[in-house]
Design a protein around this ligand. Sequence first.
Ligand code: 1GP
Length: 254
Amino acid sequence: MPENTFLYQLQRASAQEEALVALLIDPDKRPGKSWPDPILQLPDVLLVGGSLLTRGRIDACIRQLRARTDRPVFLFPGHSMQLSELADGILFLSLLSGRNPDYLIGQQVVAAPWLKRSGLEVLPTGYLLIDGGRLSSAAYITQTLPLPRDKPELAAATAQAAELLGLRLLYLEAGSGAPYPVPPGLIATLRQEVDLPLIVGGGLRSPEQVRAAAQAGAAMVVVGTAAEEDPGLLRELAAAARPSSGAADNQTAR
Ligand code: 1GP
């Protein structure tokens, strides 16, 4: 695995108790230009996308981000309409927790010819919705059921299928703005059962929750809503994800 890939960074993070930090930028909610510049230096990667975009434009959002930060930008597409060659890479998601063929393979077929030519780093990712305490936009838009949060054996079987199918990452998603993030116990179970880096997002609002996810085995935590509401909070959340580098970040980001 070439060391300059983002997949390599995730694999390395997977072996540690610290986690990388992703800031999710939904162009509908808070466009690229409205983020304070120092905040955009904090995450290891910027994810751009959303379950449904009504106004925001991916290209315009990435251009705004590029002008203000050198952080890598990866697409986190809710749909094959959310592609852009301005990004560095893409989480190429297959919604394995659901049984909607369009999100398991249909959107991917539409996107594949473009992606093959794009030069983007493609990260084959099993996407698992986990019940976060309310109906999420992702579950509604895809018309799929999330995995129960108290049945880690179901999530583990799904994760093992992802690994055996050859996917390289798993994204455990409680849903944007979820009342409850993915339970640390469930993260820990998957960490034991599969040898894939785990991305964990949805409902992470406090340093304690972020720390618990990192300690349970997340290779990367994703923060969206909490930072949209209070961009300054990202500094604390990033320090909780990777305490050994938190102090340095605090100094550069002020
Ligand atoms: C959603 O995991 C992300 O896809 C982020 O969720 O907005 O709750 O941080 P939040």
